[in-house]
Write a protein that binds this ligand. Structure first.
Ligand code: ZN
Length: 456
């Protein structure tokens, strides 16, 4: 049995001191406060529940920094997407695995214990399926196994280029499946996942109301859910809202809530452009808002309707989406700052009075775990041991009282304060470094070198 001894730990009842957390079979087996450390205990400073990163397209990490050059005319989300398609045309299975391992390492070093990988790049370069239909899903799982991150794998149904069953464009041919082929792919991914640790899950992800048609959505919900996580991109861009309104007769979030059994198993990614009515209805549905503030800022999506959603007790979590930057503290900070910039106010994302850092961190911990279908999000007996330790003696945190520590983490610190991370008890980050860092980075450098040669 592993025992973690923390000078202080954030439990469900608040901060406790001198805490021994016993881990067994990847889960938290016992918590003892006001305890003495035993010689074999793994000692840390402050222990927190580690967050889930609820939305990632890992391969996009390899194009970070390549799309920030202003070109004549107006750059937009849609020109970014064109570049992403040119990039995806060349990726090989080995490269996909190497990039995913790098991204998962970066997530763990920044304090995320788990990831929801929203995976839509399925097929060979010419668009035909591999002999092994779930080849790329298997590679994502191999990267998860190598890094130790807790994976909720989300194979994506991507069938059309737009509302009204517009056929896929050439740049989308590696993404496409019909419902039957998609169901086979999900079943194969599920059998591959059996070789992974027990906290690995496979959900489903209808890509969006643009790429998944209403009748197909109904069919995959019928065939594939069984209580698993269901993720969908929704209302990210005004153009998408207009397209869905014109084609389906309602705004995206409005349409989904009226036409699909949205509940706490669902995660609605972005949900940026909502009316007040949609905001309240989504909060009441129990679905998690999958917010990706750094990517949403990078792509010019817009700010989330945060204050009204939180007031209505809506659940939320954060994801790194395009992975242009993988940073847990930055993600939470940009989420709050986007609200302050829009509203010309301070301390927005907390209900009533209280610590914004605490509300953001604990809200994202619980919402993220729910979105990934993962018993986690709190340090509590019976939950997966998703734990992160931070060094509160660092200059950015050492002046703060206990009740200010999460404000310090979110607003004043960088991810470097993370010393240790466990994903379902797997101790992947020690002394601020991932245990397989050197191999994973060497393999990434080789993969990216090969890829750039192909693209040139
Ligand atoms: Zn996304």
């Amino acid at each position: 049995m592993t025992v973690v001894f923390a000078k202080r730990a954030l439990l469900t009842t608040g901060w406790a001191e001198q805490v021994r957390v016993k881990l067994r079979g990847g889960k938290i087996d016992a918590i003892i406060t006001q305890a003495k450390a035993e010689p074999e205990d793994q000692r840390v400073d402050a222990l927190l529940p580690a967050l889930a990163n609820l939305h990632s397209h890992s391969f996009q990490r390899a194009m970070a920094g390549m799309t920030e050059y202003r070109m004549a005319g107006r750059d937009s989300f849609w020109t970014w997407r064109d570049l992403m398609y040119r990039f995806t045309a060349h990726l090989t299975p080995d490269q996909i695995e190497a990039i995913a391992a790098l991204v998962f390492l970066e997530m763990q070093e920044s304090g995320y214990a788990s990831v929801g990988e929203f995976h839509y790049l399925h097929h060979q370069k010419d668009g035909s399926p591999y002999d092994n239909l779930s080849e790329h899903s298997d590679r994502i799982m191999a990267a998860a196994a190598q890094t130790g991150i807790g994976l909720t794998h989300l194979p994506v149904l991507y069938s059309y280029a737009g509302v009204g069953k517009r056929p896929l464009e050439p740049g989308q041919k590696r993404f496409g499946n019909d419902v039957d082929q998609f169901c086979t792919l999900v079943e194969q991914a599920r059998s591959c996942a059996e070789a992974l640790p027990a906290d690995c899950r496979v959900g489903i992800a209808p890509h969006s109301l643009r790429a998944t048609a209403p009748d197909d959505l109904a069919r995959i919900l019928e065939a594939q859910t069984k209580g698993c996580p269901i993720h969908i991109h929704i209302a990210e861009q005004p153009k998408e809202v207009q397209e869905v309104l014109a084609g389906l007769g309602a705004r995206p979030v409005e349409w989904l809530l009226e036409n699909a059994p949205v509940d706490q198993n669902w995660c609605l990614i972005h949900a940026t452009h909502m009316t007040s009515k949609e905001t309240l209805a989504m909060a009441a549905s129990g679905a998690v808002a999958g917010l990706c503030p750094v990517t949403e800022a990078n792509l010019g999506d817009g700010p989330f309707n945060g204050a009204a959603y939180l007031e209505a007790r809506g659940a939320f979590g954060v994801g790194s989406d395009s992975n242009v930057l993988v940073s847990l503290t930055e993600e939470l900070r940009v989420l709050e700052y986007s609200q302050r910039l829009r509203d010309l106010s301070r301390n927005v994302l907390v209900r009533g009075e209280g610590s914004v850092g605490h509300a953001l961190y604990t809200g994202a911990a619980q919402g993220g775990a729910r979105a990934l279908g993962r018993d986690a999000g709190e340090i509590a007996v019976g939950h997966w041991a998703d734990l992160v330790a931070v060094d509160t003696t660092q200059p950015s945190l050492c002046a703060l009282r206990e009740d200010q520590l999460l404000d310090g983490l979110v607003f004043a610190a960088k991810d470097e304060v993370v010393t240790d991370l466990w994903s379902a008890g797997r101790h992947s980050v020690v002394g601020g470094r991932h245990v397989a860092r050197d191999q994973i980075i060497a393999r990434y450098r080789k993969a990216i070198g090969d890829l750039l040669e192909q693209i040139r």
